[in-house]
Design a protein around this ligand. Structure first.
Ligand SMILES: O=C1O[C@H](COP(=O)(O)O)[C@@H](O)[C@H](O)[C@H]1O
Length: 237
């Protein structure tokens, strides 16, 4: 499903309300809310809104468990860190136990080693079913989502839930949830807007199936819901 808003400002309250409803339902039904956050610029206004008293007080943060969809393999103080961005705009402003937060980076580990640890941390909460209550995703203008970049071997990963690899085009390691675990989620919400996303979004939604070129096409929940939140500029192409 796709919801098209007039502009990006209209997306944030809608996304924040989806987050709150998913958290409240999960906590009421299963006693905890397991969410994977996205990085990039698209979620910033959503996180800022969730951090305001009006929104944050609607969630019992003691029962929220936070993971990430992907990360640049950089320290948590690095300006490029998705975790740093999420702390700056949301996590530092809510009463969530530190032990409930699982950044996708750890000092002293190799990225591939930490991918295995990260998968174990997810299994510690979900068991073998690997089901997140909510996964937030963004989409790059090349059609990548999480760190599933066009043409990379990780696109074919059907076994591992978490994978780390060297992304030659950015000269850095990336660590990412794979499509196989993302697609197990109850709810997947993709936040993407602006005219620079128009070409990729059009290909993802209406083009031929070519996930090697537009990896977002790999995202097809097995049993859950997939929702794109976008604006008019991104569907204008
Ligand atoms: O590299 C990344 O980019 C995508 C999209 O970012 P955006 O700035 O266009 O919102 C993001 O979803 C991903 O988490 C990030 O690592």
């Amino acid at each position: 499903m796709i919801s098209i808003f007039n502009n990006k400002e209209e997306i944030a309250p809608h996304a924040a309300n989806i987050f709150i409803a998913a958290a409240q339902n999960a906590i009421q039904q299963r006693g905890r809310f397991l969410v994977a956050l996205t990085g990039g610029s698209s979620p910033v206004s959503i996180y800022k809104l969730l951090a305001t008293p009006q929104y944050k007080t609607k969630i019992d943060w003691n029962n929220v468990f936070v993971f990430w969809g992907d990360e640049r393999w950089v320290s948590l103080e690095d300006a490029r860190s998705n975790a740093k961005m999420s702390y700056d705009y949301l996590l530092s402003h809510v009463e969530i136990p530190k032990s409930n937060i699982f950044p996708m980076y750890k000092e002293g580990f190799l990225p591939e080693e930490y991918a295995l640890e990260y998968e174990k941390s997810i299994k510690g909460l979900t068991g073998e079913n690997g089901q997140f209550d909510l996964i937030l995703l963004g989409m790059g203008d090349d059609g990548h989502t999480a760190s599933l970049f066009p043409g990379e071997a990780v696109l074919q990963e059907n076994h591992k839930w978490v994978s780390a690899y060297y992304l030659e085009s950015q000269s850095m390691y990336r660590i990412t949830l794979t499509a196989s675990i993302i697609n197990k989620a109850k709810e997947i919400v993709v936040v993407t807007f602006g005219e620079n996303k128009a070409h990729a979004l059009n290909e993802v939604l209406y083009g031929d199936y070519n996930p090697e070129k537009f990896p977002m096409q790999l995202i097809k929940p097995l049993d859950g819901n997939l929702l794109f939140l976008t604006d008019k500029a991104a569907v204008s192409g």
